[in-house]
Design a protein around this ligand. Structure first.
Ligand SMILES: Cc1ncc(COP(=O)(O)O)c(C=O)c1O
Length: 370
């Protein structure tokens, strides 16, 4: 039996009767651009993320791009971020004309290292973008201390609803940042039937600006205060996401259950390092990522047995050809580089059956002759 890395059809089958009628109602109404469906989702996600504002946009990449623009970041400015993330985190910094400054990661969580942020802060630093990688929040309170007064764009694309205990209080992903950003790419815990994104903030002025920026920079139709973008969240996607939202908590909990099951099954494999979740964090396990020495051999072995897997991420961003102009050399971010050679993500989606979970476990154990 083969096990896919992700099976979106399995999820759709469980919610078809809720999602499809809602989509058809919108088609009957023919109200496809912004309006009530988008506003309703914005309110729901703001409540979930405990932010005053949530502003839908076209995708998680644009959410970061618009946040950078709303903070007036551009030419001559530096933005500190992690090289161990999806490309969009830094591509957007380049696309507003600013310079990404890559700093290393903490090797157990793969999240940005606050000490490295502190060492990189300078007069040109205009923002830090920590990424809540694989479903686990980055240490945002330590990033705040490392870069006092610097705006934080929290890239929570992979971590909607993740939690962190900070000083006796629970903080939700995006809640504490200057702007938090979400992606509804289909593989996320809350995935659209296409693209979608959202920006979260507690700041009224920033919220108003983000709202303008997504509609060509004009609060009033045909009048433009500044040049913005066409980056609206599609109403049809908002309807899908609203229908899926009540399931999110359960789906993320099931991912945690699956993760715990894998953890126990791999506990005696000395060569396998299972995901480390800081005790103060509640991960939503968008990915279940192992660290192993013979990664490429394990990947081929699993592929031959039909076990879905993927490498997030094989080449850290500071070494990508498009960023060669920044001058980073191998060894600049050693932990990110080491992680890129050792990580392997396994199927973790909530609809995995018991036999599928056991099949994945059996294949990994077989590789180690156990
Ligand atoms: C960490 C991270 N940042 C940004 C994005 C960009 O989101 P999108 O694909 O919706 O543009 C993604 C996901 O794809 C992501 O995983």
């Amino acid at each position: 039996m083969s096990v896919p890395l992700l099976d979106l059809r399995a999820q759709h089958a469980t919610i078809k009767d809720e999602v499809v009628p809602a989509m058809l109602r919108l088609v009957d109404d023919q109200l496809f651009i912004l309006g009530q469906p988008v506003e309703q989702l914005e309110q729901s996600v703001a409540a979930l993320s405990r932010t005053k504002h949530a502003i839908g946009c076209a995708n998680g990449t644009d959410a970061i791009l618009l946040a950078l623009r709303a903070l007036d970041i551009g030419r001559g400015d530096q933005v500190i971020t992690t090289p161990f993330t999806f490309f969009a985190t830094a591509g957007t910094v380049h696309n507003v004309g600013a310079t990404p400054v890559f700093v290393d990661i903490e090797p157990k969580t793969f999240n940005i290292l606050p000490d490295a942020v502190a060492a990189a802060v300078g007069p040109k630093t205009k923002a830090v973008i920590p990424v809540d990688l694989f479903g686990q929040m980055a240490p945002i309170e330590q990033v705040e201390k490392a870069a006092p007064g610097v705006p934080i764009i929290e890239d929570a694309a992979q971590s909607i609803g993740a939690e962190r205990r900070i000083g006796g209080e629970t903080v939700v992903a995006g809640e504490r940042a200057t702007v938090g950003t979400l992606s509804f790419f289909p593989s996320k815990n809350l995935g659209a039937y296409g693209d979608g994104g959202m920006m979260l903030t507690q700041d009224d002025e920033l919220a108003a600006r983000l709202k303008r920026l997504r509609v060509h920079g004009g609060a009033k139709t045909y009048y433009h205060d500044e040049v913005g973008f066409n980056s609206r969240l599609d109403a049809l996607q908002a309807v899908v996401l609203q229908a899926k939202l009540p399931h999110l908590t359960g789906w993320s909990a099931k991912r945690r259950t699956n993760a715990a099951y894998y953890d126990a099954a791999f506990a005696d494999l000395g060569d396998v390092q299972t995901p480390y979740v800081e005790p103060c964090n509640v991960s939503i396990f968008n990915q279940y990522t192992l660290r192993v020495a013979r990664r490429d051999a394990l990947q081929s072995f699993l592929k031959e047995r039909g076990i879905g897997n993927s490498i997030y991420y094989p080449l850290p961003l500071h070494l990508q050809p498009c960023f060669a102009y920044l001058g980073y050399k191998p060894g600049s971010c050693p932990e990110a580089e080491r992680a890129a050679g050792e990580v392997l993500s396994l199927p973790i989606y909530p609809e995995l059956t018991q036999s599928q979970l056991d099949e994945v476990i059996a294949a990994v154990r077989a590789f180690y002759g156990r």
